[in-house]
Design a protein around this ligand. Structure first.
Ligand code: PEP
Ligand code: MN
Length: 373
């Protein structure tokens, strides 16, 4: 897939994360004014955020003030000197947001899932030069996320960014929307020039998770963060559990360690390079060992076929999944990791033996003693 190259670059990417903060929802003139002023006084935030049209999962909850909140936000933006972003979900939202001079738009997770909605927004933005940030769809579907960026690109929008806010999951979880980091990193590797921001608020869903999640995003080299902040979080009309006071937000940001992508010292670079070369050699060895293991698996497949044995043997499976995590622990590795790894290895072993069952017994190229087969 071709990379989408934004013509404009986002401001402030000078090794510092692009920071977006503001309340989940604009509620009252006073809440918008005070929250935004306190956020701006920390001097770290690049863009103010607030929802005026709120996509609530079930009806009967606060669904946003709507257009009436935009003058309050406009005023806060003027007073703080910070640009403003709001969420848009329909062509009408786009029209109203543009009328009030909103600087940046974002498309929410519930809109990204729907190509009709995204197309409607893209059509409404035809010929408009405004940055647009696209949150991941609520379901872990990378193509849908990329597709939304492509629809905007096709409409002529060039200043695009992606926001990773986690993916919905069944049951009680540590995170409100588990991050599934690999998926966002995969977006980053396919579209390297699109800035990737992280939203720890909707991912974590709880105040105490905002710092560790933000730090993780910095460790993974995300280009920015979008964080919800409210003057009195517990009284917030939406997402009360996950909002930080502006003071806590500023303390949290001061604690964040922003990682670099390279070291300037040549000898340190060489040291890293050397370690990576050793890893490369070990990975090669790992693959050779796996290849040899799979050859044995295939031998066993021929044996099972010759003796009409089932591929899956419960006792053997139990033994493998008891011993391997134990060995891992003995050697200082995580038992859960090794269990996951062996689930993959076992799955591939079953695939190999299944194809062995379709072959002729005389085809086994690995059996040392074919008389046993
Ligand atoms: C929000 O940012 O307030 C919001 C509704 O987020 P999401 O689309 O990620 O649920
Ligand atoms: Mn919210």
């Amino acid at each position: 897939m071709q990379d989408i190259r934004p013509l404009h670059t986002w401001p402030n990417f000078k090794g510092l994360p692009y920071l977006i903060a503001g309340p989940c929802s604009a509620e009252t003139p006073d809440q918008v004014r005070n929250t935004c002023a306190q956020i701006a006084s920390g001097g770290k935030i690049n863009l103010l955020r607030a929802g005026v049209w709120k996509p609530r999962t079930r009806p009967g909850h606060f669904e946003g003030i709507g257009e009436a909140a935009l003058p309050w936000l406009q005023e806060a933006s003027l007073a703080t000197g910070l640009p403003l972003t709001v969420e848009v979900a329909t062509a009408k939202h786009v029209e109203v947001a543009l009328k009030y001079g909103v600087d940046v738009l974002w498309i929410g997770a519930r809109s990204t899932v729907n190509p009709f909605t995204v197309q409607e927004i893209a059509n409404a933005l035809q010929g408009v030069d405004i940055p647009v940030m696209v949150k991941n769809p609520i379901n872990p579907d990378l193509a849908l996320w990329i597709g939304a960026l492509e629809r905007l690109y096709q409409a002529g929008l060039r200043s695009l960014a992606a926001i990773h806010r986690g993916f919905s999951a069944l049951g009680v979880q540590k995170y409100r929307n588990p991050p599934q980091w690999q998926l966002a990193l995969s977006l980053k590797s396919q579209l390297p020039s699109i800035p990737l921001f992280f939203d720890p608020s909707h991912t974590g869903g709880k105040r105490n998770l905002i710092y560790p999640l933000s730090q993780k995003a910095m460790n993974l080299n995300y280009e920015g963060l979008m964080i919800e902040s409210h003057q009195r979080p517990d009284e917030a009309w939406s997402d009360a559990a996950q909002q930080l006071t502006p003071a806590d937000l500023n303390t949290m940001l001061a604690q964040l360690c922003v990682r670099k992508t390279s070291v300037s010292d040549e000898s340190e670079n060489l040291f890293l390079e050397e370690l990576r070369q050793r890893i490369d050699a070990q990975d090669r060895e790992l693959i050779e060992i796996l290849t040899a293991r799979m050859e044995l698996v295939e031998d066993i497949g021929y044996f099972k076929k010759a003796h009409n044995l089932a591929i899956f043997q419960r006792e053997r499976w139990t033994e493998v999944f008891k011993t391997r995590p134990e060995w891992a622990l003995e050697l200082g590795l995580s038992a859960a990791f090794v269990e996951k790894l062996f689930l993959l290895i076992h799955d591939e072993s079953i695939n190999i033996q299944t194809s062995t069952f379709k072959k002729n017994l005389s085809e086994n190229p690995f059996a040392e003693d074919k008389s046993k087969l």
